[in-house]
Ligand binder design. Structure first.
Ligand code: PMV
Length: 316
Protein backbone atom coordinates (compact mmCIF):
# COMPACT_ATOMS: atom_id res chain seq x y z
CA UNK A 1 0.00 0.00 0.00
CA UNK A 2 1.31 3.48 -0.84
CA UNK A 3 0.98 6.66 1.28
CA UNK A 4 -2.27 8.57 0.98
CA UNK A 5 -2.21 12.33 1.19
CA UNK A 6 -5.19 14.68 1.48
CA UNK A 7 -5.42 18.38 2.15
CA UNK A 8 -8.05 20.99 2.96
CA UNK A 9 -7.97 24.79 2.64
CA UNK A 10 -8.54 27.49 5.25
CA UNK A 11 -11.63 29.68 5.16
CA UNK A 12 -12.75 33.25 5.83
CA UNK A 13 -16.18 34.55 6.71
CA UNK A 14 -17.16 37.37 4.42
CA UNK A 15 -20.51 38.15 6.02
CA UNK A 16 -22.63 36.91 8.89
CA UNK A 17 -20.37 35.49 11.63
CA UNK A 18 -22.14 35.08 14.98
CA UNK A 19 -25.55 35.92 13.48
CA UNK A 20 -25.24 32.58 11.65
CA UNK A 21 -25.28 30.76 14.99
CA UNK A 22 -28.83 32.16 15.47
CA UNK A 23 -30.18 31.12 12.09
CA UNK A 24 -29.19 34.12 9.95
CA UNK A 25 -27.51 33.62 6.55
CA UNK A 26 -23.74 33.99 6.22
CA UNK A 27 -21.25 33.99 3.35
CA UNK A 28 -17.90 32.18 3.57
CA UNK A 29 -15.05 31.70 1.12
CA UNK A 30 -12.24 29.12 0.97
CA UNK A 31 -8.68 30.40 1.45
CA UNK A 32 -6.59 28.21 -0.82
CA UNK A 33 -3.25 29.87 0.08
CA UNK A 34 -3.11 27.99 3.41
CA UNK A 35 -3.90 24.33 4.02
CA UNK A 36 -4.00 21.42 6.40
CA UNK A 37 -2.45 18.18 5.19
CA UNK A 38 -2.87 14.59 6.38
CA UNK A 39 -0.60 11.78 5.15
CA UNK A 40 -1.17 8.13 5.96
CA UNK A 41 1.55 5.51 5.62
CA UNK A 42 0.88 1.81 6.16
CA UNK A 43 3.18 0.28 8.77
CA UNK A 44 4.12 -3.27 9.59
CA UNK A 45 3.38 -3.98 13.19
CA UNK A 46 3.03 -7.02 15.37
CA UNK A 47 0.38 -5.16 17.34
CA UNK A 48 -3.10 -5.18 15.82
CA UNK A 49 -4.57 -1.70 15.28
CA UNK A 50 -1.31 0.12 16.00
CA UNK A 51 -1.86 3.73 14.99
CA UNK A 52 0.96 6.21 15.25
CA UNK A 53 0.23 9.95 15.18
CA UNK A 54 2.75 12.64 14.27
CA UNK A 55 1.50 16.22 14.50
CA UNK A 56 4.51 18.48 15.10
CA UNK A 57 2.39 21.67 15.15
CA UNK A 58 0.69 20.45 18.34
CA UNK A 59 3.75 18.58 19.68
CA UNK A 60 2.20 15.17 19.23
CA UNK A 61 4.30 12.14 18.38
CA UNK A 62 3.18 8.76 19.70
CA UNK A 63 0.57 6.06 19.74
CA UNK A 64 -3.08 6.95 19.38
CA UNK A 65 -3.93 4.71 22.33
CA UNK A 66 -1.80 6.94 24.60
CA UNK A 67 -4.02 9.96 23.91
CA UNK A 68 -6.84 10.72 26.37
CA UNK A 69 -10.20 9.14 25.39
CA UNK A 70 -11.77 12.51 24.57
CA UNK A 71 -8.89 13.79 22.42
CA UNK A 72 -10.30 15.21 19.14
CA UNK A 73 -7.94 13.13 16.96
CA UNK A 74 -8.88 9.94 18.79
CA UNK A 75 -12.56 10.77 18.48
CA UNK A 76 -12.14 11.65 14.82
CA UNK A 77 -10.47 8.33 13.99
CA UNK A 78 -13.15 6.34 15.81
CA UNK A 79 -15.91 8.37 14.09
CA UNK A 80 -14.39 7.53 10.70
CA UNK A 81 -14.11 3.83 11.64
CA UNK A 82 -17.79 3.78 12.68
CA UNK A 83 -18.85 5.63 9.52
CA UNK A 84 -17.07 3.03 7.38
CA UNK A 85 -18.12 0.05 9.50
CA UNK A 86 -14.44 -0.77 9.95
CA UNK A 87 -14.44 -3.05 12.98
CA UNK A 88 -10.61 -3.17 12.90
CA UNK A 89 -8.21 -0.63 11.48
CA UNK A 90 -4.95 -1.78 9.86
CA UNK A 91 -1.76 -0.40 11.45
CA UNK A 92 -0.79 3.03 10.06
CA UNK A 93 1.21 6.18 10.68
CA UNK A 94 -0.73 9.46 10.38
CA UNK A 95 1.19 12.68 9.87
CA UNK A 96 -0.72 15.96 10.25
CA UNK A 97 0.67 19.36 9.33
CA UNK A 98 -0.95 22.71 8.68
CA UNK A 99 -0.04 26.17 7.46
CA UNK A 100 -3.37 27.55 8.73
CA UNK A 101 -2.81 29.76 11.79
CA UNK A 102 -4.55 28.38 14.88
CA UNK A 103 -7.24 30.33 16.80
CA UNK A 104 -7.26 33.06 14.15
CA UNK A 105 -10.68 32.61 12.52
CA UNK A 106 -9.35 30.70 9.50
CA UNK A 107 -10.90 27.32 10.23
CA UNK A 108 -7.74 25.43 11.15
CA UNK A 109 -9.56 22.83 13.30
CA UNK A 110 -12.15 21.99 10.64
CA UNK A 111 -9.47 21.83 7.93
CA UNK A 112 -7.39 19.34 9.92
CA UNK A 113 -10.46 17.15 10.54
CA UNK A 114 -11.37 17.23 6.85
CA UNK A 115 -7.84 16.38 5.67
CA UNK A 116 -7.74 13.42 8.10
CA UNK A 117 -11.23 12.19 7.12
CA UNK A 118 -10.31 12.29 3.43
CA UNK A 119 -6.92 10.62 3.87
CA UNK A 120 -8.14 7.86 6.20
CA UNK A 121 -11.31 7.04 4.26
CA UNK A 122 -9.25 6.81 1.05
CA UNK A 123 -6.61 4.70 2.84
CA UNK A 124 -9.37 2.31 3.88
CA UNK A 125 -10.52 2.13 0.26
CA UNK A 126 -13.82 3.98 0.83
CA UNK A 127 -13.33 7.70 0.05
CA UNK A 128 -16.25 9.62 1.52
CA UNK A 129 -18.33 12.16 -0.41
CA UNK A 130 -18.11 15.86 0.59
CA UNK A 131 -21.44 15.71 2.39
CA UNK A 132 -20.27 12.97 4.79
CA UNK A 133 -16.81 14.55 5.13
CA UNK A 134 -18.50 17.78 6.23
CA UNK A 135 -20.92 16.01 8.60
CA UNK A 136 -18.14 14.10 10.38
CA UNK A 137 -16.02 17.25 10.70
CA UNK A 138 -19.05 18.99 12.23
CA UNK A 139 -19.11 16.39 15.03
CA UNK A 140 -15.55 17.34 15.93
CA UNK A 141 -16.32 21.07 15.60
CA UNK A 142 -18.90 20.53 18.34
CA UNK A 143 -16.13 19.47 20.69
CA UNK A 144 -13.95 22.48 19.82
CA UNK A 145 -16.69 25.09 19.69
CA UNK A 146 -19.67 23.90 21.70
CA UNK A 147 -22.36 25.34 19.43
CA UNK A 148 -20.96 25.63 15.90
CA UNK A 149 -23.23 26.74 13.09
CA UNK A 150 -21.55 24.31 10.67
CA UNK A 151 -20.32 27.01 8.28
CA UNK A 152 -16.60 26.20 8.71
CA UNK A 153 -16.80 22.48 7.95
CA UNK A 154 -19.15 23.15 4.99
CA UNK A 155 -17.07 25.79 3.19
CA UNK A 156 -13.85 23.83 3.79
CA UNK A 157 -15.29 20.49 2.64
CA UNK A 158 -16.62 21.99 -0.60
CA UNK A 159 -13.74 24.50 -1.06
CA UNK A 160 -16.05 26.97 -2.79
CA UNK A 161 -17.79 30.19 -1.69
CA UNK A 162 -21.12 29.43 0.00
CA UNK A 163 -24.26 31.05 1.31
CA UNK A 164 -24.97 29.17 4.51
CA UNK A 165 -28.04 29.05 6.74
CA UNK A 166 -27.90 26.75 9.74
CA UNK A 167 -29.98 23.59 9.27
CA UNK A 168 -30.72 24.31 5.61
CA UNK A 169 -29.08 23.16 2.38
CA UNK A 170 -26.29 25.58 1.50
CA UNK A 171 -25.87 27.36 -1.84
CA UNK A 172 -22.64 27.46 -3.87
CA UNK A 173 -21.84 31.03 -4.96
CA UNK A 174 -20.13 32.20 -8.16
CA UNK A 175 -18.40 35.58 -8.22
CA UNK A 176 -19.19 37.59 -11.36
CA UNK A 177 -15.93 39.56 -11.20
CA UNK A 178 -12.43 38.82 -9.90
CA UNK A 179 -12.13 39.78 -6.25
CA UNK A 180 -8.94 40.34 -4.26
CA UNK A 181 -9.14 39.90 -0.48
CA UNK A 182 -6.50 40.51 2.14
CA UNK A 183 -6.59 38.71 5.44
CA UNK A 184 -4.57 40.39 8.17
CA UNK A 185 -3.86 38.72 11.48
CA UNK A 186 -3.99 40.96 14.55
CA UNK A 187 -1.73 38.50 16.34
CA UNK A 188 -4.25 38.12 19.19
CA UNK A 189 -5.33 34.51 19.64
CA UNK A 190 -9.04 34.16 20.12
CA UNK A 191 -10.96 31.02 21.12
CA UNK A 192 -14.13 30.77 19.05
CA UNK A 193 -16.03 28.94 21.82
CA UNK A 194 -15.25 31.73 24.28
CA UNK A 195 -16.42 34.54 21.99
CA UNK A 196 -19.52 32.57 20.95
CA UNK A 197 -20.32 32.06 24.66
CA UNK A 198 -19.87 35.75 25.42
CA UNK A 199 -22.26 36.67 22.63
CA UNK A 200 -24.77 34.12 23.92
CA UNK A 201 -24.64 35.53 27.46
CA UNK A 202 -24.98 39.10 26.21
CA UNK A 203 -27.94 38.09 24.02
CA UNK A 204 -29.64 36.50 27.01
CA UNK A 205 -29.44 39.88 28.74
CA UNK A 206 -30.66 41.95 25.78
CA UNK A 207 -32.50 39.55 23.46
CA UNK A 208 -34.35 42.16 21.42
CA UNK A 209 -31.30 44.33 20.74
CA UNK A 210 -29.18 41.33 19.76
CA UNK A 211 -31.84 39.79 17.55
CA UNK A 212 -32.32 43.14 15.80
CA UNK A 213 -28.59 43.34 15.09
CA UNK A 214 -28.50 39.71 13.96
CA UNK A 215 -31.33 40.28 11.50
CA UNK A 216 -29.54 43.39 10.13
CA UNK A 217 -26.45 41.21 9.65
CA UNK A 218 -28.61 38.56 7.95
CA UNK A 219 -29.91 41.18 5.50
CA UNK A 220 -26.32 42.34 4.83
CA UNK A 221 -25.34 38.71 4.07
CA UNK A 222 -28.22 38.37 1.60
CA UNK A 223 -27.29 41.62 -0.13
CA UNK A 224 -23.61 40.64 -0.04
CA UNK A 225 -24.48 37.41 -1.77
CA UNK A 226 -26.27 39.32 -4.53
CA UNK A 227 -23.37 41.79 -4.94
CA UNK A 228 -20.85 38.95 -5.09
CA UNK A 229 -22.73 37.20 -7.87
CA UNK A 230 -24.16 40.10 -9.85
CA UNK A 231 -23.04 43.42 -8.41
CA UNK A 232 -19.99 45.55 -7.87
CA UNK A 233 -16.90 45.18 -5.63
CA UNK A 234 -17.44 48.74 -4.38
CA UNK A 235 -20.90 47.89 -3.03
CA UNK A 236 -19.57 44.64 -1.61
CA UNK A 237 -17.02 46.71 0.30
CA UNK A 238 -19.70 49.05 1.69
CA UNK A 239 -21.59 46.00 2.98
CA UNK A 240 -18.43 44.69 4.65
CA UNK A 241 -18.09 48.03 6.46
CA UNK A 242 -21.74 47.84 7.55
CA UNK A 243 -21.25 44.30 8.81
CA UNK A 244 -18.19 45.41 10.77
CA UNK A 245 -20.20 48.18 12.47
CA UNK A 246 -22.75 45.55 13.59
CA UNK A 247 -19.97 43.34 14.95
CA UNK A 248 -18.58 46.31 16.87
CA UNK A 249 -22.01 46.83 18.41
CA UNK A 250 -21.98 43.30 19.82
CA UNK A 251 -18.38 43.71 21.09
CA UNK A 252 -16.96 41.16 18.73
CA UNK A 253 -14.25 43.46 17.44
CA UNK A 254 -11.41 44.87 19.53
CA UNK A 255 -8.95 47.78 19.38
CA UNK A 256 -6.29 45.85 17.45
CA UNK A 257 -8.69 44.56 14.78
CA UNK A 258 -10.40 47.96 14.48
CA UNK A 259 -6.99 49.51 13.92
CA UNK A 260 -6.31 47.13 11.01
CA UNK A 261 -9.79 47.73 9.56
CA UNK A 262 -9.16 51.50 9.62
CA UNK A 263 -5.69 51.03 8.08
CA UNK A 264 -7.09 48.88 5.24
CA UNK A 265 -9.72 51.48 4.39
CA UNK A 266 -7.13 54.29 4.54
CA UNK A 267 -4.93 52.31 2.14
CA UNK A 268 -7.75 52.14 -0.42
CA UNK A 269 -9.72 48.98 0.43
CA UNK A 270 -13.34 48.98 -0.72
CA UNK A 271 -14.31 47.74 2.73
CA UNK A 272 -13.02 45.76 5.70
CA UNK A 273 -14.33 43.86 8.69
CA UNK A 274 -13.62 41.30 11.38
CA UNK A 275 -13.58 37.77 9.95
CA UNK A 276 -14.53 34.81 12.15
CA UNK A 277 -15.16 34.80 15.87
CA UNK A 278 -13.38 38.13 16.43
CA UNK A 279 -11.85 39.72 19.55
CA UNK A 280 -8.55 39.10 17.83
CA UNK A 281 -7.72 36.80 14.95
CA UNK A 282 -8.06 38.05 11.39
CA UNK A 283 -9.76 40.87 9.58
CA UNK A 284 -10.68 40.72 5.91
CA UNK A 285 -10.42 43.59 3.43
CA UNK A 286 -11.60 43.77 -0.18
CA UNK A 287 -9.01 45.44 -2.40
CA UNK A 288 -9.35 47.04 -5.80
CA UNK A 289 -7.71 44.67 -8.30
CA UNK A 290 -3.91 45.12 -8.47
CA UNK A 291 -3.86 46.88 -5.07
CA UNK A 292 -3.69 43.71 -2.99
CA UNK A 293 0.07 43.92 -2.39
CA UNK A 294 -0.02 47.61 -1.47
CA UNK A 295 -2.89 47.13 1.00
CA UNK A 296 -1.18 44.07 2.51
CA UNK A 297 1.98 46.15 2.99
CA UNK A 298 -0.05 48.93 4.66
CA UNK A 299 -1.61 46.35 7.00
CA UNK A 300 1.79 44.97 7.95
CA UNK A 301 2.96 48.50 8.67
CA UNK A 302 -0.13 48.95 10.85
CA UNK A 303 0.89 45.93 12.96
CA UNK A 304 -0.55 42.83 11.22
CA UNK A 305 1.61 39.84 12.13
CA UNK A 306 0.69 38.03 8.90
CA UNK A 307 -1.18 38.89 5.74
CA UNK A 308 -2.62 36.53 3.14
CA UNK A 309 -3.86 37.68 -0.26
CA UNK A 310 -6.61 35.45 -1.61
CA UNK A 311 -8.79 35.67 -4.71
CA UNK A 312 -12.22 34.73 -5.97
CA UNK A 313 -12.34 34.35 -9.71
CA UNK A 314 -15.43 34.15 -11.93
CA UNK A 315 -16.05 30.63 -13.24
CA UNK A 316 -14.81 30.26 -16.84
O1 PMV B 1 -14.11 29.51 13.57
P1 PMV B 1 -14.28 30.99 13.49
O2 PMV B 1 -13.49 31.75 14.48
O3 PMV B 1 -14.14 31.50 12.09
O4 PMV B 1 -15.80 31.31 13.89
C1 PMV B 1 -16.83 30.80 13.12
C2 PMV B 1 -17.92 31.77 13.01
C3 PMV B 1 -18.90 31.92 14.16
O5 PMV B 1 -20.08 32.42 13.56
C4 PMV B 1 -18.38 32.92 15.17
C5 PMV B 1 -19.18 30.62 14.88
C6 PMV B 1 -19.99 29.62 14.07
O6 PMV B 1 -20.03 28.46 14.49
O7 PMV B 1 -20.60 29.97 13.05
Amino acid sequence: MTALIASAPGKAILFGEHAVVYGQPAVAIPVMQVKAKASIFPIISALPEEIHIEAPDIHLNGNLSALPEGHPIRLLISLIAVELNAAKLPPFHLKISSSIPVAAGLGSGAAISIAVIRALSAFLGRPLPNERVSALAYEIERIYHGNPSGIDNTVIAYAQPILFVRGQPFELLHANHPLTFILADSGLKSATSQVVNQVRTAREEEPQRYDRIFSTIGEISRQGCRELQAGSPQRLGVLMDENHACLQEISVSCREVDHLVTAARAAGAYGAKVSGAGQGGNMIALAPQEQGEAIAAALQKAGAVRTIITYLLPSP
